[in-house]
Design a protein around this ligand. Sequence first.
Ligand code: CAA
Length: 289
Amino acid sequence: MLKNSINQITVIGSGVMGSQIAMVSALAGLKVYLQDISEESLKKAEESLSGHMKKRIAKGKLSSKEVNEAFSRLHFVTSLEEAVKETDFVIEAIVEKVDAKRQLFSEVDRLAPSHTIIATNSSTIVSSKLADVTNRPDKVCNVHFFNPVLVMELVEVVKGPHTSEETANTAVELVKQIKKTPILLNKEISGFVANRILGKIIDEAIYLLENDIATVEEIDLACTKALNHPIGPFALLDLTGIDVNFNIRQILYEETGDESQKPQNIIVEKYTNGEYGRKTGKGFYSYNF
Ligand code: CAA
């Protein structure tokens, strides 16, 4: 049986996505556990979130009281058991590796109450690749946020063949509860809606660059000044992470055997050089933080 209302959620993985999902949820009034095996990553997450919140307070978008209350509801922990033992809803946001996620899902299934829904934030790994390691496949689904989570409003909820109607509905309600806009996909498809459309734009941008048609800056300008996109595809790759793009394409290629899904040369080159984008200070552009 599912509980009717969600009071407590757990986000696993304190990277950019996980930490901001946790913050958004705490701001909306939920008790939140943000769990990571790395103390250092949790510390970085807390610092980064504090920085974002300070800016919002300075702009008058949030009061210090709202922020302090949200932080008092947000618990940074390394213990998985502590993070999930009383939780209603888990959102996994760890590395995009099926094996790591399967192992985590199986542990969470063992440690969390029987009513708890276990969701993955992945947009490439559909939940049917994970549900079978649990004893509650009906309570497993994808709940996919966009980067930066503090700003982007859409969240895709994806129902696998194993996901119950009740679980999908609860996930949709949770998205509304944390003041985001849900769309519900009734069938699994890798990439879901937004990233499939975005992927086509990025592929074309890389094709134009690799064929010396225009530069990174010019292609980005075409998207911002002709199409009114907020940022161009290369600036966006730097924001979301070239490593993330590499891993996603690698998974798609391995799944389908389709050569056109392979990470393109420029992505492999940047990935191999450790130029992941904003997080490493260099990607298609250079950053000084
Ligand atoms: N994290 C959190 N908040 C951020 C941020 C970040 N990295 N960067 C900017 N912001 C916030 C700012 O604090 C500011 O907030 P307020 O309005 O509350 O003050 C707001 O965003 C606007 O910021 P700026 O004025 O500094 O800059 P901007 O107007 O250029 O906006 C942007 C920045 C929101 C990132 C904008 O460029 C944008 O919308 N870009 C497109 C993002 C996008 O397409 N995301 C989807 C990526 S695909 C994906 O996420 C899928 C996946 O599976 C990984």
